[in-house]
Structures are given as C-alpha cells and as structure tokens.
Write a protein that binds this ligand. Structure first.
Ligand code: PHB
Length: 367
C-alpha cells in the first residue's frame, strides 16, 4: 500500500494535475447548429474545472462519425470555434481538458449520415437492438464494410481532428475512443471484425487500425497529449470477443511503445457500460502490460473506494462520470466527505440548462 490518494498531485503527459480525479467522457447531446459546441457547454465544462483532468464528451472526427442527436464534432471551423470557448472557459478556471475523439461506426443510422448512406464498419454486421435517432427508436441498420483503401483516410481524419482540437480549439490533448463498441472497438473484437485483409483475422491485424490512428495522432500533436480509452470486457453495443485477455494485453503492450499521456480502461459499472456477471477482470492485466499512466473507470464513486484502488497501485488516476453531472464540484465534495447529489436521468441526454448547468456547487463556509 502506498500513501497515494485522490488528492496526491500527478503528472499526466505534459501536465501537472492537482488531483487524480478525471471527469469521464459523457454524451450530453447539447451541441448546437452544425454540431458546434454552444456557450452553455462552455459553462458546463467550466463548472467542472476542479477535476484533475476533464475528458470531453465523445466528439466526431468526420461527417460519417455521428450516431446520436446533437453530439459535437471537431472537424469543421465552426465546431473548433465553439470548442475554443469551452477550452478558454475551463482554462480560465484553472482546469485542463482533453477532447474524446470518436467515430461510432455501425452504431449509427442513415439519418445521421451524409446523403442518407448506411453507416460504415469493419464488416457488414448490424448490432442487435435499436438506436435513438431523434425520430424515435429504429433498428440498427446493416453497415457497409469499409474498403481497405478507405482506411488510411479514416486514420488521417483522427489525426486531422486532433490537430484541429489542439491548435484551433485549444484542447490540452485528445483521448482516442477505442471503447464501448464504436468504430475502433468494432475493429478490435472478432465479434464485429470478419475482415480478410490486413485489418482483420489475427489479433495483430485487428489492432492495426487503432495503432495506426495512435501513430498518426502522436505524429500530429505529440505523445504527451494523447490518451486511449478501452473497454476490454464491455458488452455495450452488442460487443463480444473470443479472447479479450489476449487481445487487449497485446493492445496494451503495443500502446506502451508510444509513451502516451495515459491508458484509460473501463473495468466495470458506469452508466450504460454495466458488465455481465462473471465477466473476466481484464483491467489488472492491462495495468501490468501497459507502461505508463493508467486511469481506471468503474463505479469508484466514494472517496474510500477511489483511494483504495490508487493506494493498491491498481491505477494512477480514477475517472468518474455520472456523479459529475449533479456535483460540479465533485472533488471538493469527495475531499470533505460531503453527500453527493443525484442527477435527474431525464435530462442526461439533450435539452437545455435544466439538469445540465443548474446543479449548484456546495456553499463553502470559508469561501
Ligand atoms: C452514449 O451516448 O450512450 C454513449 C456514448 C459514448 C460511449 C458510451 C455511451 O462511449
């Protein structure tokens, strides 16, 4: 056991953080015209600037990357200008913010796609179930399998979005969203990747898309501004793999060679990412396989639980999602042992300032 706890400062990539609490990325579906961030989003993130690191909601890297209403992008100048207001507001409050870069792959619908085309994926396999489109629930469509020749363009889109995020929008760095059944995860796992080219088949081949994205993004903005998020045992979005321990251990080892800002692993229960009973605990094996800063996510919602995972050396930081919704000053509350407010679920996705920026911070006696 070490003396390290949630309030021990830590270096993450290029940054010194005052605490080890990362605000986990959370879709809130409040982007404006052209999927550009609004002034309300700047207020929301600035209210949460006492997190050691804010990781933004998942953000589209190009115009085929969207799968939910009103999620922001970072591939147009208007989107970058909107994000610039967000990052300036967070920095003015003394915080740091990375943008989470995603492409949803098959977790989309023609409604969200240019010219009403089918969404793209490694293989033409629909996810089971339905998605929320803004025009009601619809079955997931059968996606179009990407041509091998299209893959370099997608890799470039991640690197270009990272450049725009850091140099135009003012983000401190980017987190590549390799988790939760979206495009990169669809390439990683053999339940969704049946390709017969260099991007499918063996573990090495299925990891290639992620590793090419990481390499290009590191070349674009520097390794100390790049993190990666994985969900090795998640089943959200109809995901499965025949050997997640072998797959993700290979990925963690390969990621170690880049000297990244961090690896961020979802190991347990947080919002929609609830693990099935008996799911293998892969996170500890990834901690051992990855040489670098390790962020764990998994329902560590009390100070005692979060401190314990740090003291045992199972992670260097803890990311916390849902409690940040209703507790903008979550680090202060955890430090004081103050009670946490419950968020109103009806306003998690979409809407106005209600359930978004109207949760008060604690009134501090000596403030
Ligand atoms: C969601 O909007 O439900 C969502 C988005 C991104 C994730 C997970 C869930 O990684």
């Amino acid at each position: 056991m070490s003396q390290i706890d949630l309030f021990t400062p830590v270096r993450v990539g290029a940054f010194e953080l005052p605490n080890r609490i990362a605000m986990a990325p959370m879709t809130r579906s409040r982007a404006g015209e052209g999927n550009a961030p609004t002034p309300l989003m700047a207020e929301y993130y600035a209210q949460r600037a006492s997190a050691g690191l804010i990781i933004s909601e998942a953000t589209q890297v190009n115009d085929t990357a969207q799968g939910y209403p009103s999620t922001p992008g970072v591939h147009t100048n208007t989107q970058a200008a909107g994000w610039r207001r967000v990052t300036e507001a967070v920095h003015a409050k003394g915080g740091r913010i990375f943008v989470q870069l995603w492409h949803v792959g098959r977790i989309s619908h023609p409604i969200f796609q240019p010219n009403g085309a089918p969404p793209v994926a490694p293989s033409a396999i629909a996810a089971a179930g339905e998605l929320y489109t803004g025009e009601g629930m619809k079955p997931f469509p059968v996606p179009r399998a990407l041509e091998t020749a299209e893959i370099p363009g997608l890799v470039r889109d991640f690197a270009e979005a990272a450049k725009r995020a850091v140099y135009d929008a003012g983000f401190d760095g980017v987190e590549i969203h390799g988790a939760n059944g979206y495009l990169i995860d669809q390439f990683l796992r053999d339940g969704t990747n049946k390709r017969t080219d260099a991007y499918g088949g063996s573990i090495e081949n299925r990891a290639r898309f992620l590793l090419e994205i990481v390499e290009a993004t590191v070349a674009a903005i520097g390794a100390d501004r790049v993190g990666v998020r994985l969900s090795p045992n998640g089943t959200f979005n109809d995901m499965r793999d025949s050997d997640p321990v072998a797959l993700f251990t290979h990925v963690a080892k390969a990621l170690s060679t880049f000297n990244l800002a961090y690896l961020h692993v979802i190991e347990g229960i947080d919002g929609p990412m609830t693990l099935p009973a008996g799911a293998p605990a892969v996170a500890s094996q990834l901690r051992a396989a990855f040489k670098g800063t390790f962020i764990i996510n998994g329902g560590y919602y009390t100070r005692a639980a979060a401190d314990a995972v740090l003291a045992k050396g199972e992670a260097d930081l803890v990311s916390i999602g849902i409690p940040f919704i209703a507790n903008p000053d979550l680090p202060a509350r955890l430090k004081l042992g103050a009670p946490l407010a419950e968020g109103d679920k009806a306003s998690f996705y979409g809407g106005t300032e209600k359930g978004y920026t109207d949760y008060p911070a604690l009134e501090t006696v000596d403030a």
